[in-house]
Design a protein around this ligand. Structure first.
Ligand code: FAD
Ligand code: FES
Length: 286
């Protein structure tokens, strides 16, 4: 595995402008001009967004969102897009923004992004719901390295499935699972994983989604003899490494158990290093 190429270091805090906001299925897709954030992005990094209008007393707090894609657009070198699942007050506020609105953004955050294979090996990317967001920029980066990319996307229903059309553009194969069978195979995402791993001959499995899915990915990858890298979306109250409110139990290189901070030592971790049975499972935000 090799780290991403060198980029400007450290997060920036900026007042971003919403360039576009559109509803696709259950999600809102926001495109932001957030100078400095896109330029520093590595797939697997995220931003903390101050939800509530800048300066308003009703401001709630900061909420974490994966960086979905980074694109040059209309004179901006590196716009940042987010996928927002409106599940609570902060995400509903964010999902309601439209062109010309402003929002405070800190990012990119996270001490460890997805590591890329040195060789052009086959890879499988597994995601559920809005948490599939960081896999799209990752797929593009892997394709640049000539890695055959196979995507497995899951959701509760078609409305919560992220960008299946875009997925077909960036991946060699796309497999879809929904719990209600409204599109793709009916059933849980993880049930399809052993077959996708076998067909693809994957050497590395990348995943983003709720903890039970990530655990299943780590197990299936190990059974298949592949590496796994999982992007943990566990709650990150400060997102900057200060509060220790995002503990993840792991086993270190030395075989000794310890706790790391998801926001600072993650959010991407090796699946075989996480002590899954000791990790508390937040509500399924997919
Ligand atoms: C690194 C990271 C990346 C994320 N990326 C995205 C993304 O790209 N798109 C997206 O829609 N959401 C993402 N989330 C989840 C998002 O930050 C939370 O859903 C956030 O709490 C929404 O704020 P809210 O005020 O709307 O809801 P809240 O009132 O904070 O929460 C609403 C409900 O969701 C549950 N919840 C809150 N946070 C989480 C969490 N992290 N995991 C599971 N359940 C949770 C709460 O228990 C509650 O039931 C990400 C979270 C992290 C930590
Ligand atoms: S969220 Fe505060 S240390 Fe990770």
């Amino acid at each position: 595995m090799s780290p991403e190429p060198t980029r400007p270091a450290g997060p920036v805090h900026v007042l971003a402008e919403v360039l576009a906001g559109k509803r696709i299925g259950a999600f809102s897709h926001l495109t932001l001009a957030a100078p400095g954030v896109g330029e520093r992005h590595r797939p697997g990094s995220f931003v903390a967004v101050s939800v509530g209008a800048p300066g308003e007393r009703t401001r709630l707090a900061r909420r974490a969102f994966w960086i979905h894609q980074v694109r040059a657009l209309g004179g901006h070198a590196a716009t940042v897009s987010l996928v927002v699942d409106p599940v609570g007050p902060g995400s509903r506020w964010l999902a309601g923004l439209s062109r010309g609105d402003r929002v405070e953004v800190t990012g990119p955050l996270g001490g460890r992004a997805f590591a890329l294979p040195k060789e052009p090996v086959p890879v499988v990317l597994v995601g559920e719901g809005a948490h599939s967001a960081p896999l799209f920029a990752l797929a593009e980066r892997l394709r640049e390295r000539d890695c055959p990319v196979h995507l497995l996307l899951g959701a509760a229903d078609e409305a919560h499935l992220l960008s299946a059309l875009e997925a077909r553009r960036i991946a060699r194969t796309v497999t879809v699972a929904t719990l209600d069978g409204s599109v793709g195979v009916k059933g849980p995402t993880a049930a399809l994983l052993p077959d996708v791993l076998r067909r693809s001959g994957a050497a590395v499995v990348y995943a983003a989604g709720p903890v039970p899915l990530l655990h299943a990915v780590a197990r299936a990858a190990e059974d298949h003899g592949a590496w796994s890298q999982v992007a943990l979306g566990v709650p990150t109250p400060c997102a900057t490494g200060l509060c220790h409110g995002c503990p993840v139990p792991v086993v270190g290189e030395d075989g000794v158990g310890r706790t790391v901070r998801a926001c600072a030592e993650g959010p991407v971790l090796r699946g075989d290093r996480v002590r899954w049975d000791d990790l508390s499972v937040p509500g399924d935000a997919s």
